[in-house]
Design a protein around this ligand. Structure first.
Ligand code: C2E
Ligand code: MG
Ligand code: MG
Length: 619
């Protein structure tokens, strides 16, 4: 990990009384191109050196300090200076005094706690410089984040930049004040890199609140939110300064524990699980109990993990196993059992899917998409279903991922396209204005027969291509962006339209929007479901609409379920809505072409809040 030139210009303070030690560190730093080095012989001198830079603290790079520096309590100084969030923040390397710590335990040689690193003598050049580089980058990253937040807050105040609000929310989780996924991954990437080099261990906990959607549904979102805050509080009490804690989904949290053995990490995870399960959570006048399922992915020196996403996904899989095994459990990721589980799933589904394709057991449902100004049905989304062995209807969520994994998805994609266009062609002339949107899988563009099939089908059926919209998601392979864009352009040239589905669900949405020429943006249901109660969702949705309008694209909201949601979406300026309030997916199209929005909005929806509490205690 080479240290960047700009970081080498920062002031490094060496505070030590041992001249030979000072000379050695000086020579290490000079060898690597550092030339802004100051020496301090005692604690007072360190503060003297810092004082002129209080206005521009980013100029200070690092303090390397001997543990027994005179006129100074090194631990106190380092804790104060490395953790003051508002003022000056400087990372530390503290050199242990030889007589305080013996070197018998190698793993104890190197300790990290937030921005403070302990190292023992004698120093080794490459290890020392690695830690210097790591400390500088961590602090610089922290500085950039604060600067960016400041800038964003100013931009917000001036209301100039359309998506500033969005970016602001993207770096924060407002409810819990934890890191969000993006920030978490950025920091974790640095730590993993360092750990791999130093052969150090750490581990990631993926924590998911059990039955959270049920709690939300039965008790309301306010209670759900409060419950999350309480749970975060319990976990926070157990963590220490150097741990990375983030909220990465509505009820999903990640916690990275640095520099601990796999056994320690499992013990820690078990403690979190127990503490949460054993706590009574008071919200309003009710008392709840909650539990979490935890998946653990340990970083170990045998199996190197480079990418934070890989680590998160392993821990998530382990968490999935904890849930499947009955919840309120801790499970460690194990490559073999993960593969076995996936294979078992495939073994079950693959013959069923093949059979369904051959025996005509696939069929389409249709769900209306409604103009939120006029109530006119703009078009329908075609949603695939499969008939199971007992004639039951199977959801695409169960079989599409398997089909994607084993490559059967191309046949399904082509089947849906042919079926949907045939459906349009067979409608009576009075319905010749009905349009359909068709979901394409994330790998559809890798199939060379996609374009010819669409073209041929449109030519032969005489269906006006304007009546067809293809929905794509942002999971399209990043390395295939060019190829995908080209295909989209060709299909659009036939007259078909495109929609970007599940918009906002991932962090790359805006990049995809820039990369792909689409006509509609379908805002992911997770932002719409709680829209009425959740200010953050409202801000996000407003920002998405602003961006879409600027780019000349229409917006569609998924999961519109209540009259209040319709009202809110109209106020925000969303063009179209899809959701159970207008119609569930079903085999037939609706007989009407317009839905009365006034009737829907005036409808008194019975409250679905039940009086049942999740595990309410009576004292
Ligand atoms: P999607 O494309 O985002 O489809 C919207 C999903 O939301 C549908 O689920 C729909 O039934 C559901 N939905 C719509 N309104 C509401 C509502 O108000 N409340 C609730 N709770 N749900 C609502 P479905 O049909 O189970 O489809 C799930 C996903 O499966 C789709 O998400 C899509 O990604 C995939 N899929 C569906 N059909 C096809 C297909 O023909 N081909 C491919 N490749 N994927 C498909
Ligand atoms: Mg869709
Ligand atoms: Mg969708």
């Amino acid at each position: 990990m080479g240290i960047s030139e700009s970081l080498k210009e920062k002031i490094i303070i060496i505070a030590d009384t041992d001249p030979s030690q000072v000379v050695e560190i000086l020579s290490f730093l000079k060898k690597d191109g550092f030339n802004n080095i100051k020496i301090a012989k005692d604690g007072n001198k360190v503060y003297d050196l810092l004082r002129p830079h209080y206005e521009k603290p980013e100029k200070i790079g690092l303090i390397v300090v001997g543990e027994s520096l005179p006129q100074c309590n090194v631990n106190e100084m380092s804790m104060t200076l490395s953790s003051n969030e508002g003022g000056i923040v400087v990372p530390f390397i503290i050199l242990r005094s030889d007589n305080i710590k013996s070197h018998t335990d190698k793993s104890d040689d190197f300790h990290a706690k937030g921005l403070i690193h302990y190292m023992s003598r004698p120093l080794n050049y490459s290890e020392f410089m690695l830690v210097v580089g790591f400390q500088l980058s961590m602090n610089y990253e922290r500085f950039l984040r604060y600067k960016q937040e400041d800038r964003l807050i100013n931009e917000l105040a001036e209301r100039r930049v359309v998506d500033a609000r969005l970016k602001y929310l993207v770096v924060h989780d407002e409810l819990t004040n934890l890191l969000n996924r993006q920030n978490f991954e950025r920091r974790l990437r640095l730590i993993l890199k360092r750990n791999n080099r130093l052969h150090q261990n750490g581990g990631l906990l993926f924590i998911d609140v059990d039955l959270f959607s049920l709690i939300n549904e039965l008790e309301g979102f306010d209670v759900g939110d409060q419950l999350l805050v309480e749970i975060v509080g319990i976990i926070r009490q157990l963590t220490s300064q150097g741990d990375l804690f983030a909220r990465i989904g509505s009820d999903e949290f990640c916690l990275f524990l640095d520099n601990r053995s796999a056994e320690d990490i499992m013990r820690f995870a078990e403690k979190i699980r127990k503490d949460i399960y054993g706590s009574r959570l008071f919200i309003g006048d009710a008392c709840y109990s909650a539990s979490v399922s935890i998946g653990v992915s340990a970083q170990n020196t045998k199996k190197v993990v480079y990418h934070p996403g890989e680590m998160i996904s392993r821990a998530r899989q382990a968490c999935g196993m904890a849930k499947e095994n009955g919840r309120n459990l801790v499970k460690e990721y194990n490559e073999d059992s993960a593969r076995v589980q996936e294979r078992n799933k495939d073994v079950y589904w693959v013959p069923l899917i093949r059979k369904a394709l051959v025996e005509g057991k696939l069929f389409l449902f249709f769900q209306p998409i409604v103009d939120l100004v006029t109530g006119d049905i703009s078009h329908y989304e075609a949603l695939i279903r499969m008939r199971g062995l007992d004639n039951e209807i199977i959801s695409p969520i169960d079989f599409i991922p398997v089909a994607e994994r084993i490559g059967l998805i191309h046949r399904i994609d082509l089947w849906v396209i042919e079926q949907a266009i045939d459906f349009l062609a067979e409608l009576p002339p009075s319905m010749s204005d009905i349009a359909l949107s068709i979901n394409l899988s994330s790998v559809a563009f890798q199939d060379s027969s996609l374009l010819p099939t669409i073209k041929e089908k449109i030519d032969l059926s005489w269906v006006n291509a304007q009546r067809i919209t293809f929905e794509i998601t942002e999971t399209v392979a990043v390395d295939k962006v060019e190829q995908t864009r080209e295909l989209i352009t060709k299909i659009r040239a036939l007259g078909c339209k495109f929609a970007l589905d599940d918009f906002g669900a991932g962090f790359c949405s805006f990049n995809y929007l820039k990369s792909f020429p689409v006509d509609y943006i379908k805002i992911d249901g997770q932002f719409i479901r709680n829209l009425i109660n959740d200010d953050t969702d409202q801000v996000l949705v407003r920002s998405m609409v602003e961006v879409a309008k600027k780019l000349g694209k229409k917006t569609i909201a998924e999961y519109v379920e209540t009259p209040d949601a319709i009202r809110k979406l109209r106020e925000i300026g969303i063009d179209l809505g899809q959701g159970y309030i207008f119609g569930k997916p079903q085999m037939k199209l609706l007989s009407k072409k317009n839905i009365s929005l006034t009737d829907l909005m005036n409808e008194k929806k019975p409250s679905n809040r039940k009086l049942l509490k999740i595990d309410t205690y009576t004292k």
